[in-house]
Write a protein that binds this ligand. Structure first.
Ligand code: PMT
Length: 224
């Protein structure tokens, strides 16, 4: 039933990790492979939407019919997202955005000098892309993810509330074989007044289920 409904609507989806440089050869990042976000882009495109995928560094091929914008850092991801907001109906933040970046990136490779104290890395906070989208002047239907290693429900509901999201997909990333850099996932989709458990399944199937849940809310305002 969904395939026709997204015609003429635009999704902006973030995926993959960000990379925050320490010096010209080193960076801070995380284990996100981009698989979940790319699966969402593919499912949304398959359901008829225009899809813009803002992607951190990944090894993945761009899904058919999807426009991809490559970025490295959280700040670049925010800029790319902001440039697409005008024409965005649904935003999904699936990227594992680094919460912090290095305060001052060293212009030359940091050397290990004998007898030196190890260098101290000073971090500063990155912008919260999801929060900025959700609190923009004319916000799209905004869906976040929550990657949690404990207190899944409470932490996800806190993010839903604090970031003023329409929905949040909470995944427990402490389980091996699920979440980061795997082909399967399990999750709970929360909205203000509903929750829907998605048992362990492929990221492809989960993406289809998430796009369906968004459609139900977006078009009918019925519970997912
Ligand atoms: O890429 P895969 O290997 O397939 O793995 C998938 C995944 C585990 C990365 C994915 O399912 C997932 O959970 N993505 C969100 C990861 C994350 O950073 O979660 P968080 O709880 O730290 O962030 C909450 C939300 O805020 C997320 O929607 C995130 O995109 C967003 N955020 C966070 C920080 C920030 N500075 N800007 C943001 O937009």
């Amino acid at each position: 039933k969904t395939p026709q409904t997204w015609q003429g609507k635009t999704f902006v989806i973030t995926a993959g990790p960000t990379r925050e440089a320490i010096d010209p050869v080193r960076y801070i990042s995380n284990h996100s492979s981009g698989k979940m976000g790319y699966a969402l882009a593919e499912a949304a495109a398959h359901a008829g939407a225009n899809v813009i995928l803002v992607s951190g560094p990944t090894q993945l091929a761009t899904p058919a019919g999807v426009q991809r914008i490559d970025v490295e850092t959280a700040e670049q991801m925010l800029n790319a997202v902001q440039q697409q907001l005008q024409q965005c109906d649904v935003f999904i933040g699936c990227a594992a955005v680094s919460d912090y970046r290095i305060a001052e990136i060293a212009s030359q490779k940091i050397k290990k000098e004998q007898n030196d104290e190890p260098p101290q890395l000073k971090l500063v906070q990155n912008p919260d892309i999801l929060q900025q989208v959700a609190s923009s002047e004319k916000p799209p239907f905004t869906v976040g993810f929550a990657a949690e290693t404990e207190n899944l429900k409470a932490n996800a509901l806190r993010k839903l509330e604090r970031k003023q999201l329409k929905m949040i997909v909470a995944n427990d990333v402490s389980q091996t074989g699920l979440g980061f850099n795997s082909d399967s996932n399990n999750a709970i989709i929360f909205s203000q007044d509903s929750e829907q458990s998605l048992p362990t399944m492929s990221k492809h199937d989960m993406a289809v289920a998430i796009i369906d849940a968004i459609a139900k809310r977006y078009f009918d305002n019925t519970t997912p």
